[in-house]
Design a protein around this ligand. Structure first.
Ligand code: PEP
Ligand code: MG
Length: 542
């Protein structure tokens, strides 16, 4: 038995036989050749075939997991045509007179190491992509078949790092879990895995040579550990947990389509928080009444240039169209603090959480803000879209935002571009906003309380600092009173108030929120049915 720990990318538990991937990476042989032109033409042929495969993978992913995730195969197509990469391979074939497979393998390794050692997280994540296209080229050069994920029995996949093209080809009914030595939580692989609902661990120090095909393994995403060759006792406990999870899931499933209503008739909205277009699948799967927080900054992360107006418009339009008339609240860019993006060149700050972030950047760099607003107003034509502004502290900020929105409307009118004017609300996540919520309520259509930041700023506790976890108490009376105050002030002005911070999904507080008159709870998709259950079991007037 061997127990190893890693980082859990998706919670869940699985037990089954292991399949080990990526074992044979280094087995490409160096062969001396006499005809460099022949190798170059073989390489060109393999390149063409790879491009065709990537195109069909792109189309498959587009259908199954959406445009944002499918885009990785476009990145692969670009890498496949990258001049530096191809020049290095050509040069090696011609100067060292070696076979194309070997030149690709060595160049692939060199580029992999170069990317893996970069500071920038986005570039680091590209290391796996380089490996992916190099392996594909080698397979096409040697005529080796790709692993046929469709015909294998349900298994736990263990690998050095899973490439996005591998994960997307996997039939999720056949994959019980995956465990990788490398990979980051922001990598496409992790994102795809979460979307595919596969229990997954990354950063697990597995010696792949010691792990045999068919060996049993328990993958426990709750405790972030994998146990190879588990004892019968551990297997029995895992089976029990799997059944329990399934039962919980089945019970929750029966709540789909039911109203979010307490025993004594109080109705509340339950919406979902998402970070990407691809997450909408989860929203629908869990039967959310709408999207209460689309963290649009994720469109800006994991890339090296700003998303264009058109890219944003397509993303927002896709979400509102898919939600078919249900409310979709899109929060404008909340970059800075914990969400750093290199190309914004924000510079180092002593106190980033209290620094240049969110609406402050948008008000200072109007060009970035206007691009997003144009995309939002245009997408609004296609569904029930609302805009929400983060990190508000004053009436003046709202007035400034509105005057920028007016400019954007004039520009769209001037360009003859159709748009609609969405409802506009604000996040209440600073103590200042709480204290003047009576004034703010008259200016906006709704409030959504961001308890993650509100707790941080009220208790003066950095939410990122693990050492302060014991002090970070969102149940603190100060926070509870603030929520109550915000809701009352919203209602006095005839506006609604919801909660979109993590506290909204805290089942211990659901009844209390209902008593306070909170109108909406926006939670992670996986929490929707659990919150709905808590609401239906509540009785607030007792
Ligand atoms: C919050 O602060 O509670 C919130 C929902 O926003 P984020 O977690 O994205 O800062
Ligand atoms: Mg926040």
């Amino acid at each position: 038995m061997q127990k190893l720990s890693g980082k859990s990318v998706y919670r869940g538990i699985a037990l089954g036989p292991v399949i080990v991937l990526n074992k044979n990476d280094e087995q490409v042989k160096r062969i001396k050749i006499t005809d460099a032109d022949l190798e170059l033409s073989k390489l060109a042929e393999a390149g063409k075939k790879s491009a065709e495969q990537l195109q069909s993978l792109y189309e498959k992913a587009l259908k199954e997991v959406g445009e944002a995730s499918a885009a990785i195969f476009e990145v692969h197509q670009m890498l496949l045509e990258d001049e530096d990469y191809l020049d290095a391979i050509h040069n090696m074939i011609q100067t060292e007179m070696v076979n194309a497979e070997y030149a690709v393998a060595v160049t692939g390794d060199n580029f992999y190491n170069m990317f893996a050692n970069m500071e920038d997280d986005y570039m680091k994540a590209r290391a796996a992509d380089i490996k992916d296209i190099s392996n594909r080229l080698i397979r096409n050069l040697t005529g080796e078949k790709e692993v046929d994920f469709a015909s294998m029995e349900p298994s736990v996949i263990v690998a050095d790092d899973l490439t996005p093209s591998e994960t997307v080809q996997m039939d999720k009914d056949k994959i019980l879990a995956f465990v990788t030595v490398h990979g980051s939580t922001n990598s496409h692989t992790s994102i795809l895995a979460r979307m595919m609902n596969i229990p997954a661990l990354i950063g697990v120090p597995v010696n792949l040579n010691e792990i045999q095909f068919g060996m049993q393994a328990v993958v426990d995403g709750f405790n972030a550990e994998v146990i190879f060759e588990p004892t019968e006792e551990i297997c029995a406990a895992a089976r029990k947990k799997i059944i329990e999870e399934q039962e919980k899931h089945n019970l929750l499933e029966t709540l789909k389509g039911k109203e979010n209503i307490t025993k004594d008739g109080k109705v509340i909205e339950v919406y979902a928080n998402i970070g990407s277009v691809g997450d909408v699948g989860y929203v629908l799967e869990n039967d959310a009444g709408g999207i209460g927080l689309f963290r649009s900054e994720f469109l800006y992360l994991g890339r090296n240039i700003h998303p264009t107006e058109e890219e944003q418009f397509q993303a927002y339009r896709q979400v509102v169209q898919t939600m078919a008339g249900k409310k979709v609240i899109i929060r404008t860019l909340d970059i800075g603090a914990d969400k750093q993006v290199d190309y914004f060149n924000l510079g180092k700050e002593d106190n980033p959480a209290m620094g240049y972030r969110a609406i402050r950047i948008c008000l200072k760099e109007k060009g970035i803000f206007k691009t997003q607003l144009r995309a939002l107003l245009r997408a609004s034509v296609f569904g029930n879209l609302s805009i929400m502004y983060p990190m508000i502290t004053s009436v003046e900020e709202i007035k400034e935002i509105y005057s920028i929105v007016d400019e954007v409307r004039e520009e769209l009118d001037g360009d003859g571009i159709p748009y609609d004017m969405p409802e506009q609300g604000i996040m209440i996540e600073t103590p200042a906003a709480v204290m003047i919520s009576d004034e703010l309520a008259g200016l906006v259509d709704f409030f959504s309380i961001g308890t993650n930041d509100l707790t941080q700023y009220t208790l003066a506790i950095d939410r990122q600092n693990e050492r302060l976890d014991d002090f970070y108490n969102p149940h603190h009376k100060a926070i509870m009173r603030m929520i109550k105050m915000v809701v009352e002030n919203a209602h006095k002005c005839g506006k609604w108030a919801g909660i979109c911070g993590e506290l909204g999904a805290d089942l211990e507080l659901t009844e209390e929120f209902l008593r306070m008159g909170v109108d909406e709870l926006s939670v992670a998709p996986s929490m929707i049915l659990k919150v709905r259950k808590a609401i239906r079991e509540s009785e607030i007037r007792k």
